[in-house]
Structure formats: C-alpha cells, structure tokens
Design a protein around this ligand. Structure first.
Ligand code: SAH
Ligand code: SF4
Length: 365
C-alpha cells in the first residue's frame, strides 16, 4: 500500500501531521532521491522556514509537497505590539472553521509560543473569555504543532519554550496534546523542561502526566486557597477540590523532582487579600521538588462576561510579599501583550463582537 493510499479520506497527511517514516515512503513513491526526505524534514522542523520557501528542494518537488501536505490553519488576524516582541494570531481551522489563538513572546534570552489545545473550553472558569464562550472541539496534534511552526517562521530567535496556556484545557484533550508534546521534543528539538502544560486541575490527567517518560513542566491554575471561593471561580473545583489537586501535583513533583508552578489570577476585592496570600503560603509551603512550589501572579485581564478587575500594583506587591514571608516564592507576571489582547480567548471574543477590530491586521483569506 502506498502512503497516499494509506491515509483514509479524513486522515490525509497534513504538513505537520505526517510522520518521518510516511514522508520517506512518499518521497520513494515519487521516485525522488532518499536524501530529499531529510531535506524536507529539516525545512519543516529545524530551519523554521515555510515549506514554500525551502528553495533547496527545487520548485517542482516543493509545489508537489505543498499541495500534498496542506496547512490546516489560515490566519484571520495577526497583531503585533509596538516593539514587535509579541505577536498574536487568530487562526481559522480549515477543517471546520473553528477559531483558535496563538501568541509568540520574544525575550532577550528565549522565545516562547503559547498554544491553544482546544477551540473553546468546557471548564467554564468565570473570569476566562474562553470559558465564557464554551466548548467547541478538541484540536488535533497537527493543529497544535502548526501553531508553533507558523509562529516560529516569524521569529528571528529560535523558539525555545512552548506553553499550553492558550485556549482550552490541555488535560481534557490528553492524547492529542501528548502526541504534540512528543513531537515538539523529538522533531522540533525542544527540551521537555521547556514545555509547560497548564491545567485547571484535572486530577487523573495530572497523575497520568506524572507517569510519562518526558519530564515536562506542570503549571496548575489555582486562583484561590479555599474551596468556597475556588468553587465560584473554577466550577471544576466541585469535582476535584483543592486538596485532591494538590495531592496529584505533589505526586507529579515527587515523580519528577521538579518544582510545580501555580497560577493565580489576581482579582481586586475577590482573591487578592493578604489573608488569602497567607493561607496560600500555608497550603504550598514545603511542597516537594527543588525549590518547592512557585506562584505566578497574573493580574486579571478584563473580559466581557466577568465584572472583576485587576488589583493596584501596591496590592499585588503586598500579596506577593505576604506569600514570600510565608515561605513561598512568587512572581507578579507582567501582562505581556494585554494591549493586543494576548490573553486566553480574548482576541477571538473581541473579533466576534466587532468583526474588524481596530488594531489588528485582517488577513485576506
Ligand atoms: N486551561 C488551562 C490553560 C489555559 S488558561 C488552565 O486553566 O490552566 C492559561 C492561564 O490563563 C490560566 O492560568 C488561566 O487561569 C489564565 N487566565 C484565563 N483567563 C484569564 C484572565 N481573564 N485574566 C488572567 N488570567 C487568565
Ligand atoms: Fe478553560 Fe483554562 Fe479558561 Fe478555565 S481558565 S475556562 S480551564 S481555558
């Protein structure tokens, strides 16, 4: 059976879905020299150039490849911040029109891509634009990988880090997410430590992650130290309360010997009081792994469906100091890219409200 016959009508190979053996078979079927397969693979995963620009392949082969291995996302909008350190894309999935977002953040020593793992999200966190919009579907691994590749094509710096912090709950789409993680490691050459899976606290998923061979980094979105408040912000807490989430995170940390990061979206007058900081420190102090637990404090990004706002800078500083004096390290995250809506699900919701958002470049199809 030839590679082009092997894939059924719904599984035709795609640009970042085809694996290396199948590409080899395709190249042989086309009666091209074998080294061509290495060249193609190199262009896809090492050179960070679009296949259309891989001139070493020659025009005819390039054209045949780009038609046979189609891309699966088309850009709806692309935004950049003023200094061009952050870029954000809203993509339309060619399979069904679902829209997802990707962000590229370039820093002096690293470049990070934030990917979506689902179109929408079923978890319903009240302050999150994606949660407010509801669930559409899981993304496939090639749809996740193409987000990284296409962001990398625009970066003069090598993409060193990938975080699953865009739209969706990665552990609710475990198999596709894990397939993409393995290929980021094997094909894009990313170190597992530089791949961060962020979860709202799906306990069986965290335990499964703890048993995987690749030691990825885990981030757990906590947002409150007590179940009463967390129940309101994160509906999944009613199924997996804080104690169970922390127990699973501890298992992960012990299995890996690595510290776990906890994300905490700071919402003025809701979860930002220093009593809660002290309670959070009590919960996380003595967490296993080198350096214990670390808390990332994220100032709330405003969303249409939630009335809260971020605390003042002094209030956030006081919260961080209170955590530190309780023995837990904390970083107040700069809300990178807020000016271009580079936060979970916000670009898409804005686009839906206003078909052409002012600061964005609307791409022609
Ligand atoms: N579903 C996963 C990963 C995607 S969300 C999770 O919840 O962890 C990535 C991070 O963005 C999470 O920590 C989430 O709580 C946070 N987030 C979502 N909406 C936000 C908002 N409006 N302001 C600040 N942080 C937000
Ligand atoms: Fe889903 Fe994460 Fe948003 Fe919650 S915060 S709704 S889990 S994407």
């Amino acid at each position: 059976m030839t590679p082009s016959q092997k894939a059924g009508p719904h599984e035709a190979p795609t640009r970042y879905g085809i694996d290396r053996p199948t590409l080899g078979e395709l190249i042989t079927e086309w009666r091209e020299p074998r080294y061509r397969a290495d060249q193609v693979w190199d262009a896809l995963y090492r050179q960070h150039i679009p296949l259309e620009k891989a001139t070493a392949l020659g025009k005819a082969l390039r054209e045949r490849l780009t038609t046979t291995l189609p891309l699966v996302l088309e850009p709806v909008t692309e935004q950049r911040d003023a200094r061009d350190r952050t870029r954000k894309w809203l993509w339309r999935c060619l399979a069904d029109g679902a829209e997802v977002e990707t962000v590229l953040m370039r820093y002096p020593t690293r470049a990070t891509v934030c990917v979506s793992s689902q179109a929408g999200c079923a978890m319903g966190c009240t302050f999150c634009a994606t949660g407010q919009a509801g669930f559409e579907r899981h993304l496939r691994a090639d749809e996740i990988l193409e987000q990284v590749a296409r962001a990398a094509h625009t970066s003069d710096q090598r993409v060193s880090n990938v975080v699953y912090m865009g739209m969706g709950e990665p552990l609710a789409n475990y198999d596709a997410v894990w397939a993409s993680v393995e290929r980021l490691h094997a094909d894009f050459g990313l170190s597992a430590r530089h791949i961060t899976v962020s979860t709202v606290g799906i306990v069986p998923g965290i335990r499964r992650l703890a048993k995987e061979e690749l030691p990825v980094t885990l981030a757990v979105s906590l947002h409150a130290p007590d179940d009463e408040l967390r129940d309101q912000l994160v509906p999944l807490n009613r199924r997996y309360p804080i104690a169970e989430v922390l127990d699973a995170a501890q298992e992960f940390s012990e299995a890996r010997g690595r510290r776990v990061t906890f994300e905490y979206a700071l919402i003025a007058g809701v979860n930002d009081d220093t009593a809660r900081a002290a309670a959070l420190a009590r919960l996380l102090k003595g967490f296993p792994g080198v350096g214990g637990a670390h808390v990332n404090l994220i100032p709330l990004n405003p969303t249409a469906g939630f009335p809260g706002h971020k605390p003042t800078a002094p209030a956030m500083g006081a919260f961080a100091r209170s955590l530190e004096s309780g023995g837990v390290t904390a970083t107040v995250r700069r809300n990178r890219g807020t000016e271009i809506d580079a936060a979970c699900g916000q670009l898409r919701s804005r686009e839906r409200d206003q078909p052409v958002a002012a600061p964005s470049v609307r791409m022609s199809p």
